[in-house]
Every structure is written in structure tokens, then in C-alpha cells.
Design a protein around this ligand. Structure first.
Ligand code: FEO
Length: 169
């Protein structure tokens, strides 16, 4: 496997793993602060990121590359308010998108068209995840400190997230 691409894919494995732990910490914070719906949302997001990581691990192995399972960063896990947590969520997704764009850029540079093709799945996934993070943050900004609004947000978060639809046509 092309070494430049192999290294970038290993970096991406680490970013997905870190995102998974980050969202697990967010789920735990939400649970501890009485937001059970939000906790369920982030437990599921954490699982999704783990799958993103595993998909890359399998791909690199299938292509005869060398996978390096990374040491994980301790995630930021302390928030003063819900809005901070969702700002952090969007920031994290934007970071992952930037890294994926970088991998795509290098795939073209290195003429690694198969990897480029494989990475398109991540491009679409990131579009959806960023749109979800933005929608949730927008809703929270509207709600502000209104307690009944926050109660409903916690109750309905999975419905709101499921309703986010990215038109790729
Ligand atoms: Fe797999 Fe949302 O980064």
C-alpha cells in the first residue's frame, strides 16, 4: 500500500476512535445531568464512530496495509451548559471533515483511485453528520435557557436528528 496513504488512513483511524470516545464522554455527561434523550443520541453517535474506525481498519488490512491501533486521547468531558456540548460536537465533526478532505486530496495526488472511491462513503457520511450537528445547535440557540424547550429538545432529539435530510442530487 502507498505509504503516504497508509499513514493518512491510520491517522483517520485515530480521529474516528477519538471521536467515538469524545461522544461517549458527551453521552456520560448528558446522562449525569439528567438529559437521557441526549445521552442516548451520543451513545449511538459513539457507536457510529467506532464503526467508521472499524471500516477503515478492515479496508487497510484488505489492501495489505499495516494498521496501527492508536492510543486514545482523553476526551474533553466537562461542560458548563448544553450549548457548549453541541458547539463541541459541531467542532469535532468539522475537524473530521477537514481530515477526510485532506485524505481525498492526497488520494488524487498519489493516483490512489480505489482509496479515493472508498473514501466517498465518508464524504457523504460527514455531510449528514455536520448537517445534524448544525441543526441541533440551531435548535438549541432558538431555545436558549427556556426550561420547557430544553425538556422537549431532550425528549425529541432523535426525531430531530432523523429528520435531517441532505439532498445530494
Ligand atoms: Fe466518523 Fe463523524 O466522524
Amino acid at each position: 500500500m502507498n505509504t503516504v496513504i497508509e499513514n493518512l488512513l491510520n491517522d483517520q483511524i485515530k480521529y474516528e476512535a477519538n471521536a467515538s470516545m469524545h461522544y461517549l464522554a458527551m453521552a456520560s455527561w448528558s446522562d449525569a445531568n439528567g438529559y437521557n434523550g441526549i445521552a442516548d443520541f451520543f451513545y449511538a453517535q459513539s457507536e457510529e464512530e467506532r464503526l467508521h474506525m472499524t471500516k477503515l481498519v478492515k479496508f487497510v488490512n484488505e489492501r495489505g496495509g499495516n494498521v496501527v491501533i492508536p492510543q486514545l486521547e482523553k476526551p474533553h468531558a466537562d461542560y458548563n451548559a448544553l450549548i457548549e456540548l453541541f458547539e463541541d460536537f459541531l467542532k469535532s465533526e468539522i475537524f473530521v471533515t477537514e481530515q477526510i478532505n485532506h485524505v481525498i486530496f492526497e488520494c488524487l495526488n498519489q493516483k490512489e483511485y480505489n482509496v479515493h472511491n472508498f473514501m466517498q462513503w465518508y464524504v457523504t457520511e460527514q455531510l449528514e453528520e455536520e448537517a445534524t450537528a448544525r441543526t441541533l445547535l440551531d435548535k438549541l440557540n432558538i431555545i436558549g435557557n427556556d426550561k420547557s424547550g430544553l425538556y422537549m429538545f431532550d425528549r425529541d432529539i432523535n426525531t430531530i436528528a432523523a429528520s435531517v435530510d441532505v439532498d445530494l442530487k
